[in-house]
Ligand binder design. Structure first.
Ligand code: ATP
Ligand code: MG
Length: 247
């Protein structure tokens, strides 16, 4: 990462790309993950590689939901593990959330490599390897979760989640926080809290809000979740992408 000059106009996207490449080398990120990264980069380019005010409001609502939750869980896939492993561990610490590895293309090797990578970044417990729970309405491999992890969660953070699974998790009554650069993707469309931002910026931003709200009362937190407008957040992101002035 050190050879990228920080004043390079595409610094952040080059850094992101570098981390994803490294993730592939480590056996963490899949080939499909590379394609997902390319799609994300295109949307981030159109957003000016900046966090919109509406995405910041979504990150604050996400923090409030996580602090109010009985059992919050952060779902981690191969791109998330490659891009923000330490930041996920920090978000879990700030909100008392569990971390669960959850893959679209599940192989025992990738599951273990990701769990190990997260442990190297300070995670004390990583769920997802037991896979004794199921999400109703999905095919066998896609449905696997830990019964005492995502299976039991009331609030889940699902960054870069596939649309089908996002929908099925919502149908289980879970409050879903989705991080996805495409406001038109089904995952973002079905989320209680769609954060249309690069995961690289969004995860530390949720943590910052959670730390700021650490002493807030439940009433104050509920005010934040109640006043968050998901439709407005999606509309604002789509408008920014369509009309954005690029430099
Ligand atoms: P579906 O219709 O199932 O939702 P999709 O259009 O979302 O499919 P995928 O390649 O499965 O396609 O999902 C990748 C999603 O993740 C895209 O919406 C992309 O914008 C988003 N994405 C990729 N990289 C990032 C990132 N770094 N931060 C946030 N979102 C990202
Ligand atoms: Mg999607």
């Amino acid at each position: 990462e050190s050879e990228i000059p920080e004043d390079h106009p595409r610094y952040q996207s080059l850094l992101t790309r570098h981390r994803i490449e490294h993730g592939v080398d480590l056996g963490i990120t899949s080939k499909q993950g590379l394609i997902a990264e390319g799609r994300g980069e295109a949307f981030d380019y159109l957003l000016g590689e900046e966090t919109l005010p509406s995405a910041d409001a979504a990150a604050r609502a996400a923090a409030a939901y996580l602090l109010l939750a009985e059992h919050p869980v952060l779902s981690v896939n191969g791109n998330v593990a490659a891009l923000v492993p330490g930041e996920i561990v920090e978000l879990a610490a700030a909100t008392g959330a569990d971390i669960e590895v959850n893959l679209f293309n599940r192989t025992p090797e990738r599951m273990e490599a990701i769990a190990e990578h997260l442990r190297e970044h300070g995670a004390s417990e990583v769920k997802g390897l037991t896979a004794d729970g199921r999400i109703p309405g999905l095919s066998h491999e896609r449905a696997k979760v830990d019964a005492d992890g995502i299976g039991d969660a009331d609030v889940v953070v699902v960054p870069l989640e596939d649309g089908d699974r996002a929908e099925a998790l919502g149908a289980m009554g879970k409050t879903e926080i989705v991080i996805d650069l495409n406001p038109m993707s089904r995952s973002a469309q079905v989320a209680a809290v769609p954060i249309v931002d690069n995961i690289i910026r969004a995860v530390p931003n949720i943590t910052r809000h959670a730390e700021e709200l650490a002493d807030a009362s439940d009433d104050e937190l509920r005010d934040i979740t109640a006043s968050f407008d998901r439709e407005a957040a999606l509309a604002e992101a789509e408008r920014a992408i369509r009309e954005g002035d690029l430099d």
